[in-house]
Design a protein around this ligand. Structure first.
Ligand code: GLU
Length: 304
């Protein structure tokens, strides 16, 4: 029997939501461990959701590989895994709901047209609103966008403090259904977090600036907004996020204790005095008991 690390009346529901674009590397292990420890320290439920919505980026076998790695690390999920690739009907229903309210509009712009006419806001391209009042003559629908009007979104991140964004000047009307017919990550993540009753999102700080778009969609759809905490991301010597693109190496499944201790050190957690005496289960129990998220306050990235 697996040890159940939560109380039956748990009010905390957290999740780890990897995209199966490759094996679990140190950066994604940190997100998994951080969300797991925060959930378990708070007697919560911890779920895993496979974000295989972006089928062109999905790598065959990667989801199973990630799940096997999580198990090898003792990070056991509490309920059935959901796969975004099987949830199109739920995304379609949310999309129809917004479309009926006339909050969505079809957009004919190609990437190049947007890049040519968009305003820049930091690294982001702000959609200039070309198709907002109807498709230009002779153009056909490529993607669907949500109107942001003058929405100013404000939230307090559990680690990164107060975040304010004016969606109109910072992002512009954003895509909820892509030109290739797939629903966009921003829509899917909001529908799934609501469907799974997620109360706490703990994930990498690379997603901090997606959060305002997600809160905006939650409000349009009448969903509750979870508490967000964005963990520092692991970067390489060039300051790039560890990812498949930056050729991050997969974590070792043969020596999970060593990698877990590395993840704990990365997360600036107190370390056990004699780590050599610990096996996997006792490291995890120790880490759950000693988890202190505040040690990461305000930190956006750390060299791995
Ligand atoms: N699937 C996303 C990723 O792997 C994470 C989404 C989320 O945690 O909201 O980057």
């Amino acid at each position: 029997m697996r040890k159940r690390r939560f109380l039956p009346d748990a009010v905390y529901r957290g999740r780890f939501a990897p995209s199966p674009t490759g094996s679990l590397h140190f950066g994604s292990l940190v997100a998994a461990v951080g969300s797991y420890l925060d959930a378990k320290h708070n007697n919560g439920i911890w779920l895993v959701r496979i974000e295989d919505l972006d089928t062109p980026r999905t790598v065959m076998g990667a989801a199973d590989d990630i799940l096997r790695t999580l198990e090898a690390y003792g990070l056991h999920w509490d309920e059935t895994i959901i796969y975004q690739s099987q949830r199109t009907a739920a995304y379609q229903a949310a999309f129809e709901h917004l479309r009926i309210d006339n909050i969505l509009y079809p957009c004919a712009c190609s990437r190049k047209e947007i890049a040519d006419s968009a305003l820049h806001h930091g690294d982001e391209l702000v959609y200039p609103g070309t198709c907002r009042n109807g498709l230009p003559q002779g153009k056909t629908t490529r993607a669907w966008r949500v109107r942001v009007n003058d929405a100013r979104i404000n939230f307090t991140d559990g680690l990164q403090g107060n975040i304010v964004q004016n969606l109109a000047s910072g992002i512009g009307d954003f895509v909820v259904k892509r030109a290739d017919g797939l629903f966009a990550y921003q829509l899917a993540v909001v529908v799934d977090d609501a469907a799974q009753g997620i109360t706490h999102v703990v994930r990498g700080a690379d997603l901090l600036h997606s959060t305002t778009r997600q809160i905006y969609l939650q409000r349009l759809m009448g969903f509750a907004t979870p508490a967000y905490s964005h963990l520092p991301i692991a970067v390489n010597a060039q300051g790039e996020k560890l990812s498949k693109q930056t050729l991050a190496t997969p974590v070792d499944t043969n020596n999970p204790v060593a990698a877990l201790l590395r993840a704990l050190a990365f997360l600036r957690q107190e370390m056990p005095a004699d780590p050599g005496d610990y096996d996997l289960d006792s490291v995890l129990s120790w880490a759950i008991a000693h988890w202190n998220k505040d040690r990461l306050n305000g930190i956006m990235q750390i060299p791995a």
